[in-house]
Design a protein around this ligand. Structure first.
Ligand SMILES: Cc1ncc(C[n+]2csc(CCOP(=O)(O)OP(=O)(O)O)c2C)c(N)n1
Ligand SMILES: [Mg+2]
Length: 949
C-alpha cells in the first residue's frame, strides 16, 4: 500500500514500513513523510542533549546494526527497545499501531477452561436456528426481513461470552450489562430457544409481533419496550451502542463512588460492527472512557470488513485504523486477527516477510480471499515472494483456503476476553477479524451478504453439512414442503450440549439477556417542598427556569430522593443559574479535584469531587443523553431508582439528539428532560440556530414523552410532582411506576409569577388546560389561549381588548398542547373501537365547552403546535404562531415580526369576532392601523426586561 492520502493506508503503513523484505539497503530513507513518523510527536525537539558523545555512540551502533543486519533486524531491536522502555516506565510515546497480527502471542494464551468440542456443537445449533429463523420469516408471502450474515460472523464472539464471561442477574453484584449488535438478534433468540426460554413457535413468528396476538411473536431487534423481560438495551440505531455503553460504564462508577450501589463486579460488554464505527457517536466519546479509566468496559468490534453495501475499507485496513484511533485515545487494544492455524506459519516467519504481507494486504483483497479457493490465495497472497511460497509448500489448496480468521477461533477469542476482563486502568477494545456470513457458503464474504435473507434448499443442505447436523435430506425437504423453510433443530433438554450450556449459565448467574425490575418504590416528598412555588413572585419577576431549578434544589435536600437526583448538563449549568449548586452538590469527577480552583476563594467556587452529584458532560448533548439514559434506567439495570434531571438548550435536545431520546424511551428509561431557553422569540439575541419554535412537535413524535409548557411557577410544582409520582411512585395501573419521560420547556424571560389561586384546577393543569381568568364585563367575548412564555402577551391583550375595544376576554393557560391532542386522538380511537358505547368526549372539548366567543390561541412556537387541538375546540379557532426561522433582536421586535405580541392578539381577536358577525369589521382595520402589527419598526426601542441566556 502506497497511498499516503488514505488515513487507513497511512496507519497500516506505520506498522509495516520497516519490515520490507526488500529492505537490506544501508540508508533507511523515508518513503513517505507520514510513514516513518510513527513517534515523531515524541522526539526530543526541545530537550538539551546533556551527553552528545554518548548519544552519538548509540546512534552509530544503531547505524552499524542496520548496515550489517538489515532493516528487519533493526526494526525488531527498535521495537524491543521501545517495549522495554515502556516496561520500565521510561515514558516513551506509544506506537499508534502494531503489526497486523494477534496482540496476544500463542505462548501467552491462557488455559481454556471449557470443552471446545461441545461448545462448537452448541454454536452449530445456534447458527442453524438463527439462520433458519430468518430464512423462514422470508418465505413466500411473509417476507418480513432479517439478517443472517452478521450473527454468522460473530457467533464465536458471543458464545465465548455466554459460556465463560457474561454474568447474569443472579451473579454477585447484579450481573453485567451487555449490548448486543442489533441485527445480531437472531443468534440471541436461537440461543434462548435452546435454553428453553423461547418456544419454537416464537421463532416461527420472528418479526410478526401482532398478527398472532400482541407479544406472541419476536421483535426484529433488541427492543426492551416490546420484550421487557428479555432485552435490556436497544442497539439497532448504529452508533448509540458505542456512546451509551461508555456512559453506562461511567454511571456504574458514579453509583459506586456515590455510595448508592457496589458495582465493582459488574462489567459492560458492547458488541459493535466495523461499519458502525463510522458513526460519530461510536467514536465521539471514547476519550471519556479512557479519561475515567473505565476498565469495567469492553468493546468487541466484529471486523468482518464489510458493512451493508460492501467493504468497510477496501483500500485500507479497518483494524489498523481502529487500533491507532483507540490507542491514541488511551484504550487497551487487543487484536484477534488470525486463527491458530497461522501460528505455525508466523513462528517460521524469521524474515518478517509474512507479517509484511499481512501488513500490506488491503481489506478488499482479504474479502476476496474469503470467497476464492486455495489456489487463488496461494498465488495472490503467498505468490509474490519465494520465501512466502515456500512457507506454504507443505499445505494443499484446501488447507490454505481454510486458514481461519481470529474471530472464528474460539481459543483466541477466549484469550482476548480473558485479557480484557483482567486489564486494569483502561477500557479495552477487542478487534476481531471475521468473515461475514461465515459457515454459509452462499453468503460468505459476498458484497450483498448483509441483505441475503433467504436460503434455498441447496444452500441449507450445504450449511447443514458444514455444521455436521443430524438432519436428513428427507426431513429438510418435507419441512420446506410444509412450511416453506428448513426445520428448527433442538437436540432435547437432556442432550449433553444443552446440559452443558445450562450449567454454564447457571454458574454465571442465570440467563442473558434478561431484564428485571427489582427497584423499591421511593417515598416521595409531600406538599411542603412545593409550597414556595405556590407563593408566586410577589413584586418580582422570575423566569420559569428559575422556578424549576429552585424546586430541584429543594428536592435535592429531601432525605429519600435527594441523593437519587442526577443533575446533568452539557456545560450549561451557569446559563441556567445552577452554578450555585457547585459548592454543595459538586461536579462528579472520579479523580476528585487535583488542582486548586481559580475561584476557590469565592463563595460559589467550582468544585469537583469523587462523590460529586452533578454530571458535567463537557459540551456533548449526546453524552448527556447517554447519561440520562443510564440514570433513568438504573431502576432496572441496577435495581436502584435514579432520577435524571437533564437540563439543556431546548434547541439542542430533540432536534440534536432525538434518536437518543427515542432509544431512551425504548429502554424504558424515566426522568426529566428540561428544555430551557425555549421559544422562538424568548432567547433574545441568539438568533436562528438557537430559537426553538418547534421542540414540542418533535417531542410529540415520541410516544413515551409527556410534554408540558408551563406558564407559572405553581403549575411547575404540580407538573413536576406529577412527574415524580408517575415515574417513581406506585399506582394501581402502574405498580412499578410508569415508563414515561417528562419533557418540560422553560424560559429565561423573567415574568411575574402569580400566587396559586385557592381553587386551582390541578386536573386541568395536568391534563393540559386550565382557566386563569374570567372577565366579568358585558359585550362581545373571546377566549384567549396560550402556553409558557405567552401568558403576559395574552394578559396585556385582555386589558387592551377591554379598555380600548370593549371586548371581554377570558384567559386560559394551556400547559400541554401535546397531551390535549393525545387525549383527543385516544378518545376518537376509543369511540371507533367501541361503536356501541357512550362516546368519549376529549378533555379539551369538555374543558372549553360553554364559553362564549371565538377561541384565539397564541404561541411562541410555530402554529402547528396549538393547531394540534383544532379539531376538538368547540367553536371558531384561530392560531397565531411563530413560523419561520428565528433571528436576533429584542423580544418586542421579534414578537411583532411574527405577529404574536399582545397587539397582534388584539387584532386577531377582533377579526375573529368580525368574522362571527359579533362586531363591525371596520374595527379590525382601525386596530390594525393603530398598532401597525405588520411593522417591527413600530416597536423599535421598546425596552425588554431580562437579558440573554
Ligand atoms: C443509524 C443507522 N443507520 C443505518 C442503519 C442501517 N444498517 C443496519 S446494519 C448496517 C450495516 C452494518 O454494518 P456493520 O456495522 O459493519 O455490521 P455487520 O453487520 O457487518 O456486523 C446498516 C447500514 C442503522 N441500523 N442505523
Ligand atoms: Mg461489518
Amino acid at each position: 500500500m502506497t497511498d499516503d492520502s488514505s488515513p487507513a493506508a497511512g496507519t497500516a503503513a506505520d506498522a509495516t514500513e520497516p519490515t520490507g523484505s526488500q529492505g537490506v539497503e544501508s540508508t533507511p530513507t523515508p518513503r513517505g513523510s507520514a510513514k516513518t513518523s510513527v513517534i515523531h510527536e515524541g522526539l526530543p525537539t526541545q530537550l538539551p542533549d546533556i551527553d552528545p558523545d554518548e548519544t552519538r555512540d548509540w546512534i552509530e551502533s544503531f547505524d552499524s546494526m542496520l548496515a550489517e543486519r538489515g532493516r528487519d533486524r533493526a526494526r525488531y531491536v527498535m521495537l524491543r527497545l521501545l517495549e522495554r522502555a515502556r516496561e520500565t516506565q521510561v515514558g516513551v510515546p506509544a506506537l499508534r499501531s502494531t503489526d497486523y497480527i494477534n496482540t496476544i502471542p500463542p505462548e501467552r494464551e491462557p488455559w481454556f477452561p471449557g470443552d471446545e468440542d461441545v461448545e462448537r456443537r452448541i454454536r452449530a445449533f445456534i447458527r442453524w436456528n438463527a439462520a433458519v429463523m430468518v430464512s423462514s420469516a422470508n418465505r413466500k408471502g411473509l417476507e418480513v426481513g432479517g439478517h443472517i450474515a452478521t450473527y454468522q460472523s460473530s457467533a464465536s464472539l458471543y458464545e465465548v461470552g455466554f459460556n465463560h464471561f457474561f454474568q447474569g442477574k443472579d451473579a454477585p453484584g447484579g450481573g453485567d450489562q451487555i449490548y448486543i449488535q442489533g441485527h445480531g438478534s437472531p443468534g440471541v433468540y436461537a440461543r434462548a430457544f435452546l435454553e428453553g426460554r423461547l418456544e419454537e413457535q416464537q421463532l416461527y413468528r420472528f418479526r410478526q409481533e401482532v398478527q398472532h396476538g400482541t407479544g406472541a411473536g419476536l421483535p426484529s431487534y433488541p427492543h426492551p419496550r416490546l420484550m421487557p423481560d428479555f432485552w435490556e438495551f436497544p442497539t439497532v440505531s448504529m452508533g448509540l451502542t458505542g456512546i451509551n455503553s461508555i456512559y453506562q460504564a461511567r454511571f456504574n462508577r458514579y453509583l459506586h463512588n456515590r455510595g448508592i450501589k457496589d458495582t465493582d463486579q459488574q462489567h459492560v460488554w458492547a458488541f459493535l460492527g466495523d461499519g458502525e464505527m463510522a458513526e460519530p457517536e461510536s467514536l465521539g466519546a471514547i476519550g471519556v472512557a479512557a479519561r475515567e479509566e473505565l476498565d469495567n468496559l469492553t468493546w468487541v468490534i466484529n471486523c468482518n470488513l464489510q458493512q451493508l453495501d460492501g467493504p468497510v475499507r477496501g483500500n485500507g485496513k479497518i483494524i489498523q485504523e481502529l487500533e491507532s484511533t483507540f490507542r491514541g485515545a488511551g484504550w487497551n487494544v487487543i487484536k484477534v486477527v488470525w486463527g491458530r492455524e497461522w501460528d505455525d506459519l508466523l513462528a517460521r516467519d524469521v524474515d518478517g516477510v509474512l507479517v509484511n504481507q499481512m501488513n500490506t494486504t488491503p481489506d478488499g483483497a482479504f474479502q476476496t480471499y474469503s470467497v476464492e479457493d486455495g489456489a487463488y490465495i496461494r498465488d495472490s497472497f503467498f505468490g509474490g515472494d519465494p520465501r512466502l511460497r515456500k512457507m506454504v509448500e507443505h499445505m494443499n489448496d484446501r488447507q490454505i483456503q481454510k486458514l481461519p480468521r481470529g474471530g472464528h477461533d474460539y481459543r483466541k477469542v477466549y484469550a482476548a476476553f480473558d485479557a480484557a476482563k483482567k486489564h486494569v486502568g483502561q477500557p479495552t477494545v477487542i478487534l476481531a477479524k471475521t468473515v461475514k456470513g461465515w459457515t454459509i457458503d452462499a453468503l460468505e464474504g459476498k458484497n450483498a451478504t448483509h441483505q441475503m435473507k433467504k436460503l434455498t434448499q441447496d444452500d441449507v443442505k450445504k450449511f447443514r453439512d458444514r455444521l455436521y447436523l443430524p438432519i436428513s435430506d428427507r426431513d429438510l425437504e418435507r419441512s420446506y414442503d410444509e412450511t416453506g423453510a428448513a426445520p428448527f433443530f433442538h437436540p432435547g433438554a437432556d442432550a449433553p450440549e444443552i446440559e452443558y450450556m445450562m450449567e454454564r449459565r447457571k454458574a454465571l448467574g442465570g440467563a442473558v439477556p434478561r431484564r428485571v425490575n427489582r427497584a423499591k418504590a421511593l417515598k416521595l416528598p409531600g406538599d411542603k417542598v412545593y409550597s414556595e412555588l405556590k407563593q408566586g413572585s410577589g413584586k418580582n419577576s422570575i423566569a420559569t427556569t428559575m422556578a424549576v431549578v429552585r424546586l430541584l434544589r429543594d428536592w435535592m435536600k429531601d432525605p429519600e430522593i435527594g441523593q437519587r437526583l442526577v443533575p446533568i448538563a452539557p456545560d450549561e449549568y451557569r446559563t441556567f443559574g445552577m452554578d450555585a449548586m457547585f459548592p454543595s452538590a459538586k461536579v462528579y469527577n472520579p479523580q476528585g479535584q487535583l488542582y486548586e480552583s481559580v475561584d476557590r476563594k469565592l463563595l460559589l467556587s467550582y468544585k469537583e469531587s469523587q462523590q460529586g452529584q452533578m454530571l458535567h458532560e463537557g459540551i456533548s448533548e449526546a453524552g448527556a443523553m447517554a447519561s440520562a439514559t443510564a440514570a433513568g434506567s438504573a431502576y432496572t439495570t441496577h435495581g436502584e431508582h435514579m432520577i435524571p434531571f437533564y437540563i439543556f438548550y431546548s434547541m439542542f435536545g430533540f432536534q440534536r439528539t432525538g434518536d437518543s431520546i427515542w432509544a431512551m424511551a425504548d429502554q424504558l428509561a424515566r426522568g426529566f428532560l428540561i428544555g430551557a431557553t425555549a421559544g422562538r422569540t424568548t432567547l433574545t439575541g441568539e438568533g436562528l440556530q438557537h430559537a426553538d419554535g418547534h421542540s414540542p412537535l418533535l417531542a410529540a413524535t415520541n410516544p413515551a414523552v409527556v410534554h408540558y409548557d408551563p406558564a407559572f411557577a405553581y403549575e411547575i410544582g404540580h407538573i413536576m410532582r406529577s412527574g415524580l409520582e408517575r415515574m417513581y411512585g406506585t399506582s394501581e395501573e402502574h405498580p412499578d411506576g410508569e415508563n414515561v419521560i417528562f419533557y418540560i420547556t422553560v424560559y429565561n424571560e423573567p415574568v411575574h409569577q402569580p400566587k396559586e389561586p385557592d381553587d386551582v384546577d390541578v386536573e386541568g393543569i395536568l391534563k393540559g388546560v386550565h382557566k386563569v381568568s374570567t372577565a366579568d364585563g358585558e359585550g362581545p367575548r373571546v377566549q384567549l389561549l396560550t402556553s409558557g412564555v405567552g401568558f403576559p402577551w395574552v394578559e396585556k391583550a385582555r386589558q387592551l381588548l377591554a379598555e380600548e375595544w370593549g371586548v371581554q376576554a377570558d384567559t386560559w393557560s394551556v400547559t400541554s398542547w401535546n397531551e390535549l391532542a393525545r387525549d383527543a386522538v385516544a378518545s376518537e380511537e376509543h369511540n371507533l373501537l367501541h361503536p356501541t358505547d357512550e362516546p368519549r368526549t376529549p378533555f379539551v372539548t369538555t374543558a372549553l365547552s360553554g364559553h362564549d366567543g371565538p377561541f384565539v390561541a397564541v404561541s411562541d412556537y410555530m402554529t402547528a403546535v396549538p393547531m394540534q387541538i383544532a379539531r376538538w375546540v368547540p367553536g371558531d379557532y384561530c392560531v397565531l404562531g411563530a413560523d419561520g426561522f428565528g433571528f436576533a433582536d429584542t423580544r418586542p421586535a421579534a414578537r411583532r415580526f411574527f405577529h404574536i405580541d399582545a397587539e397582534s392578539v388584539v387584532v386577531r381577536s377582533l377579526q375573529a369576532l368580525a368574522d362571527a358577525g359579533e362586531i363591525d369589521p371596520s374595527l379590525v382595520e382601525k386596530a390594525f392601523s393603530k398598532y401597525r402589527i405588520d411593522d417591527p419598526t413600530a416597536v423599535s426601542g421598546v425596552k425588554q426586561e431580562g437579558g440573554d441566556a
